[in-house]
Structures are given as C-alpha cells and as structure tokens.
Design a binder for this molecule. Structure first.
Ligand code: DP6
Length: 325
C-alpha cells in the first residue's frame, strides 16, 4: 500500500499530562485520562513518493495543512515522525502528507493530538506496517504525547511506563457531554512542550504535581468504574487547577488562564449551586472545557454562551483509516 488516509479527533484530558520522564521517547511522568471528542477532526493522507532508479528516494517529505505549505518547523516535526515510521518499516521512501484540520484556529483543541493520531494511522498503513491499536497509540505518542489517547474511542487512559507499556486504552465511565468555551483565539505565547519542560526544570512544586497526578488518576479510574459522574467531575476540576498552579509556579512564570477563563470556572461553580451539575477544565491556553451530564448539556451551553463561542460536543471515535490503496 502506498497511499492511505486516516481521520482522528482531538481529546481533552480530565486528568492531565504535564511533564516527561523521557523527552525523546515522550514518556510521561504520570498517567492521564481523556475524552476523545466527536468534533473537529483532522484528516490526513500519506502518499509515498515514487521510488527513484536506485529503489530509494532521497528527496524530502512535503507537508501541507489546510491547503497551504506548512511551516519549516511543522514539516520538520512531521519528517522526524516519519523517520520513526521508516525505521520500523525498513524504508527510505519519502512521503507527501496532506492534512486538513477542522478545529477553529487557536481554539486550543489540541490539534497536535488529532494531527499525530491521524498521521500515525495513515503513515503506518502507507508504509505497510501491521500495527494493532496499542502499537499505533505508542507510535502516535512519539509525535505528541496526547496523540496516544486519540487512538481510543471515548474515555482513554494513557499509562506511564517504559516505551513498551506507555500506550492508551479504553476505560468505561459515565456518559457525558462537554461544552467548549472559546474565550480567546490568540496563539499561546509559550508552547505546551516548552512550558512543560520549564515546569519540570524550575517549579519547586513539580515532585508534588507528579505524586498528586498519580493519586488523581487512581481516584479517577475508581470513579469511572463506579460510573460516578460527580466524583469524575470533582477530580477533573481540581486536577486542572492544580496543573495551572504548577505551571504558574515555574520560573519565569507562565499563566495560561485569562480573566474570562476564571470567570467561566466561577460561573460553572455557581451553576452547580443551582442544580446544573458541571465541572471545568482547561488545557495550556485560556479556553475552558466543561463536562456535564447529557440531559443538562443544552442548558449548560446556553448558560455559558455569554463568555465566548460555545460548542457542545460528545464522545467520539479513536483514529480510523478511512481510505487505503
Ligand atoms: C495541557 O501532548 O501537546 O493538553 O507531548 O510535548 O507534544 P507534547 O505535548 P502535548 O501536551 C498536552 C498538554 C495538555 C494536557 C493533556 O492533554 O493531557
């Protein structure tokens, strides 16, 4: 097979990944848990270039995103990822990668997660690798840690551990919806990769962050197994605020939450007092994702509409090959 197309969706973590124990292999300091969404897909085609007369192709990979040639940085990241795939496949053939991403620009919807999940799935097929979902999750992890979780339908736990054991797999849990509140579409000043590194190197609280994440994940897995939405929500919100606390404690400090983000957290807490049970989280940016029971999802969306653009989403599928051949 020399051409393959895959589609993947972003995921939002309820127990966050923040910090690596191995930057090359992208092994996290602790496990995490996320919900794969049913909106904002990335669709990626990998087409292997025709072999040259010598049987290998010494050209370069090309990468276009949403119809435009991607930046040198983005193309370099794709090439480094494809080098890993070529190593596994024993191939030197270069590829043309064409990707479209339906997430609104700057909405902070983890496009690297859907991006590398789709790329891993399409590239593995194009280069003829026969990988199961677990190995595809391990492969996607090498592009971006959170991408390992976008291989999985719905709720996914990504295990910390060595290369062989650090993959994501499905967990059962309460049925829920998420309202994404986009309060600001500006590009973040510090990338999550750089901020993660700075936190690990300079925050005096980083060791406590690691142990508290391990505890939060164990509690979250229990709450999911018990189908306990309230407990899932409480852990989600407190863990998100702990992540932002450890990020703010690095040197020089980084603050991702904007005043409006904090206002959304406060509004959600006030809604809980009125019987609308919802809980907030936020990634490395100002936008807020709020989980809610399905039957209260539309009320929540309407209640948060004043804070920015709102979008109601549900649980979606892990990355899938949609065309091969
Ligand atoms: C705040 O997966 O983008 O969204 O592994 O360096 O590519 P790299 O980082 P990335 O980090 C995601 C951080 C987060 C939390 C999460 O998704 O768990």
């Amino acid at each position: 097979m020399t051409t393959a197309t895959a589609r993947a969706y972003p995921n939002i973590a309820l127990v966050k990944y923040w910090g690596k124990q191995d930057e090359d292999l992208i092994l996290p300091v602790a496990g995490s848990l996320s919900l794969t969404l049913d909106a904002f897909p990335t669709t990626t085609t990998v087409a292997l270039d025709a072999a040259t007369g010598t049987g290998t192709n010494t050209g370069i990979d090309t990468f276009s995103l949403n119809g435009a040639v991607a930046s040198t940085d983005a193309t370099g990241r794709v090439t480094r990822f494809l080098d890993r795939v070529r190593e596994l496949a024993g191939s030197e053939t270069r590829a043309t990668v064409t990707s479209t991403n339906e997430a609104p620009t700057g909405a902070g919807l983890a496009s690297s997660a859907s991006g590398f999940a789709a790329l891993a799935t399409a590239a593995a097929a194009a280069y003829g690798l026969d990988l199961d979902r677990r190995d595809l999750s391990r492969l996607a992890r090498r592009g971006s840690g959170s991408a390992s979780r976008s291989l999985v339908d719905g709720l996914a736990v990504w295990h910390a551990g060595d290369d062989a054991h650090s993959y994501a797999e499905a967990v059962a849990g309460p049925d829920m919806r998420m309202v994404i509140v986009t309060v600001d579409t500006a590009q973040k000043a510090v990338s999550s990769r750089a901020a993660m590194r700075r936190t690990a190197l300079t925050s005096p609280f980083f060791p406590a962050w690691i142990s508290s994440t391990e505890e939060s994940l164990a509690a979250m897995l229990e709450a999911c197994a018990a189908d306990d939405f309230t407990r899932v929500g409480r852990i989600t919100e407190s863990h998100a605020l702990r992540m932002h606390a450890v990020i703010q404690s690095c040197d020089p400090p980084i603050r991702y939450l904007a005043p409006t983000s904090v206002a959304v957290f406060d509004a959600v807490a006030a809604l809980r007092e009125q019987g609308l049970e919802a809980y907030s989280t936020a990634d490395a940016g100002p936008n807020v994702a709020v989980i809610v029971r399905p039957e209260q999802a539309e009320d929540l969306r309407d209640a948060l509409a004043g804070f920015g653009s709102v979008r109601l989403v549900g649980a979606g599928d892990g990355a899938r090959l949609i065309d091969a051949g």
